[in-house]
Write a protein that binds this ligand. Structure first.
Ligand SMILES: CC(C)(COP(=O)(O)OP(=O)(O)OC[C@H]1O[C@@H](n2cnc3c(N)ncnc32)[C@H](O)[C@@H]1OP(=O)(O)O)[C@@H](O)C(=O)NCCC(=O)NCCS
Length: 326
């Protein structure tokens, strides 16, 4: 959720369905707080009409996190994690919808097969937004922060890619063409389970200096295709090693056992990184090779403290809906 990209509607629920699931109608007048940060809450809210604003207090300052409209869920994190509310939600106009507790959430899971996955994505993206980036040091001593890509990052991702040299674009996408809007949509459509992206930035979060992603295969969920890109002026400073190492950590936390990658045969830096992970190579012809990597803790790419910090960050956003499997 963020100011640049409104969150997509996730639920449409009619009154008949709501009654069947024992959800209660709720309404709020303009200015009324539906949820207050810090409160212990055991209910979630599905908004069917009206708009709410989300704000989080950090220290003495208030951060406006964005707005949500019809089709959105709020308050689900406190229910799933049995934790205090991490933001305040205020009606910006008259708001109506339905509210329920964990029992109602469980009934929704039975009612709509796609509900757990959509709920997991929404919850993970909100947790990713609240997560503290991991700070790492490059070979020249400069500090870089690494965090998961957020939906609101699309514009910055577009800018970062427009700064790639033609050669880098060719090595990354096997084409020198600029990224289309459709490709950018795909690249930013993360769900933190099947499609995960780390982004690295130096100093204030104005522009990215690198990213690494994996996309899980439909045909075999234990395998994911991976790719990485580092801004040209940062090449050779160790960022590729760090981002791929962080990607391995995230993949292992999500139950992925193998990476595959398509690499140009003469892309020596990328081949060097994958070789450090023990890649097996198949030469595909036409200047391309595919790598298969059996994943293990990436000790050849990252120090123990970095591995631990990346693992901790990923653990905070993975499987917020595991409560249903308990
Ligand atoms: C591939 C890429 C991500 C590497 O990022 P990077 O930050 O420059 O990588 P690192 O600094 O971590 O170092 C990569 C390794 O390649 C080695 N390397 C660099 N140039 C090399 C060369 N010409 N020959 C052999 N090894 C080379 C480095 O020495 C380093 O190995 P080391 O850790 O043992 O020292 C970056 O070059 C890039 O973004 N390229 C364009 C996009 C791309 O090719 N993506 C891969 C498609 S999946």
């Amino acid at each position: 959720m963020g100011n640049e990209e409104p969150e997509r509607p996730d639920w449409t629920l009619g009154p008949a369905d709501a009654a069947k699931l024992s959800l209660c109608p709720f309404s709020a007048v303009e200015g009324e707080a539906i949820i207050r940060q810090g409160d212990v809450g055991s209910t979630f809210f599905l908004i069917t009409a009206g708009t709410v604003g989300i704000r989080r207090q950090v220290g003495g300052s208030i951060h406006e996190l964005g707005t949500l409209g019809p089709g959105s869920i709020v308050g689900e994190l406190a229910v799933l994690r049995r934790a205090p509310r991490n933001a305040t939600v205020v009606a910006l106009e008259p708001v109506v919808g339905f509210t329920g507790d964990l029992g109602a959430m469980e009934r929704l899971v039975g009612h709509d097969a796609a509900f757990p996955e959509r709920l997991a994505t929404v919850a993970a993206s909100r947790l990713a937004e609240a997560a503290e980036p991991v700070e790492v040091t490059l070979r020249d001593g400069s500090r870089v922060s690494v965090r998961p890509l957020l939906r609101k990052d699309r514009q910055r991702a577009a800018e970062a890619m427009s700064h790639y040299s033609e050669e880098s674009r060719y090595e990354r996408f096997h084409s020198a063409a600029e990224a289309s809007s459709e490709l950018l949509d795909l690249l930013c459509d993360v769900d933190y389970a099947n499609h995960f992206v780390w982004v690295a930035f130096e100093g204030p979060e104005e522009s990215y200096v690198g990213s690494a992603r994996f996309v899980r295969l439909h045909s075999d969920p234990s395998v994911a295709e991976m790719a990485v890109g580092v801004a040209d002026e940062y090449h050779g400073m160790g960022m590729g090693n760090i981002l791929v190492g962080a990607l391995v950590v995230a993949a292992l936390e999500m139950g992925i056992t193998h990476f595959s990658a398509e690499v140009l045969t003469d892309n020596r830096p990328m081949r060097a990184i994958l070789d450090r992970l023990g890649a097996e190579w198949i030469e595909e012809g036409f200047g391309e090779a595919s790598a298969s990597v059996l994943l293990a803790a990436p000790v050849a790419l990252l120090g123990a403290s970095e591995i631990r910090r990346f693992r901790q960050l990923v653990a905070t956003i993975v499987s917020p809906t595991a409560v249903f499997a308990a």
